[in-house]
Design a protein around this ligand. Structure first.
Ligand code: PMP
Ligand code: GLN
Length: 385
């Protein structure tokens, strides 16, 4: 059987480290702090809205770009939280999760031979998406132990072939939320070199220190930014796979040209429910943040007490831990031992990089209920000997 050259290009990325770790966790009866999905259910009002939509007969295809009610709800959300005004019918596209939105945006906006800048560590979907577009990634490492955006490194990665910057904030796996200064530096590079920005903001509401700032709100960026998010993280319903992109009309039209033939239309009842979810009162969003802050603190304090080097994340539901103080050097080997011998699954940060610079770090997910986090910490205490 023949495979296309594209298939072999993608096979270089291997199988998903997340799925692999979940399978290992299941095999070893481990507590799974690897793959990032909640082990508690999403909010009742959102589940009721989905069930009501099914019962009301909203069960046929939605329009290709998205259910108008959800397009409107996304535009309202961007206005309510960020002061952005978007025309829902022209600028908001509903996708099968942020994953499809990212892939559609990269395929739509990159030509073969173009370059796209990606900050490292990066979420695992970006490089394969760039490969699918037959474009070339230019990887810029975040700088120092704080993993800060280094404006001059970003600037020097740009060549005449560069078309696009992928920016993820809050950043999975590093837990960074880029400051206004870091974003301003990225925006300046985009404007100066006429780049499009594709921003992955799926953790926009899981922030603990400063508020999340969308790159599209910075001067000169609204007209060149594709903002991507998803109901999966904000409403704890990762299996629903309802995401969206918000982009100026020419970029949205290009993205829809891909979306139309990859997904066509996203599940209708879940679009109704996502529209109801986004309209949640402020107290829902405040509670999400405070619940996750409590989980972050519980996990990070526990990890520090066991002896890991821990820097509490500014956002996302992931914490990075340095395994060197425990006498280990390699996160990959550590994660394998951990799942087999201690019964806890984590993800080595090397999976989010192209080099070995961060190989001493592992990622623990804390989108888990209190009992799960307690049990994980109880098992991890065995590492103290
Ligand atoms: N981007 C990041 C940074 C993520 O962590 C995830 C979660 N898997 C996604 C995109 C994908 O989101 P979705 O499940 O909506 O496709
Ligand atoms: N975003 C999730 C994580 O970072 C995993 C999604 C996936 O399995 N691809 O853990």
């Amino acid at each position: 059987m023949r495979h296309s050259p594209l298939t072999s290009r993608l096979s270089g990325f291997g199988t998903s480290v997340f799925a692999e770790m979940t399978a290992l966790a299941t095999r070893h009866g481990a507590v799974n702090l690897g793959q990032g999905y909640p082990d508690f259910d999403g909010p009742a009002f959102v589940k009721r809205a989905a069930a009501a939509a099914v019962r009301a007969g909203h069960n046929q295809y939605a329009p290709m770009p998205g259910l108008p009610a959800l397009q409107q709800a996304v535009a309202d959300h961007q206005g309510r939280f960020y002061g952005l005004g978007h025309e829902p019918a022209e600028e908001v596209t509903v996708h099968a999760g942020a994953t499809e939105a990212l892939c559609a945006a990269l395929a739509a906006l990159l030509d073969p031979g173009d370059e796209a800048v990606v900050l490292e560590p990066f979420y695992d979907a970006y490089l394969p998406g760039i490969a699918l577009a037959q474009a070339t990634p230019r990887v810029v490492p975040l700088a120092g132990p704080d993993l800060r955006l280094d404006a001059s490194a970003l600037e020097s990665a740009v060549t005449p072939k560069t078309r696009l910057l992928v920016l993820n904030s809050p950043l999975n796996p590093a837990g960074r939320v880029f400051s206004r200064e870091e974003l301003a530096a990225a925006a300046e590079v985009c404007v100066r070199h006429d780049l499009v920005a594709v921003t992955d903001e799926v953790y926009e509401h899981v922030v603990f220190e400063e508020a999340h700032v969308p790159l599209a709100t910075l001067p000169g960026m609204r007209e060149r930014t594709v903002t991507i998010s998803s109901a999966g993280k904000t409403f704890g319903l990762t299996g629903w796979k309802v995401g969206w992109s918000v982009a100026p009309p020419p970029l949205a039209a290009a993205i829809r040209a891909v979306h139309q033939f990859v997904t066509f239309a996203v599940a209708t009842p879940f679009q109704h429910a996502a529209a109801a979810a986004l309209a949640a009162p402020d107290r829902y969003y405040a509670r999400l943040r405070s619940d996750y802050r409590a989980r972050r603190d519980r996990l990070c304090e526990g990890l520090a007490e066991i002896g890991f080097g821990v820097r509490p994340p500014e956002g996302t539901y992931f914490a990075l831990a340095d395994v060197r103080p425990l006498g280990h050097g390699d996160g990959e080997a550590f994660c394998r031992t951990l799942v087999e011998r201690v019964g806890v699954a984590a993800i080595p940060v090397s999976a989010f990089t192209t080099d070995g610079r961060l190989r001493h770090l592992v990622r623990f997910a804390f989108c888990k209920d209190d009992a799960t986090l307690e049990e994980a910490l109880r098992r991890l205490r065995r590492l103290k000997g």
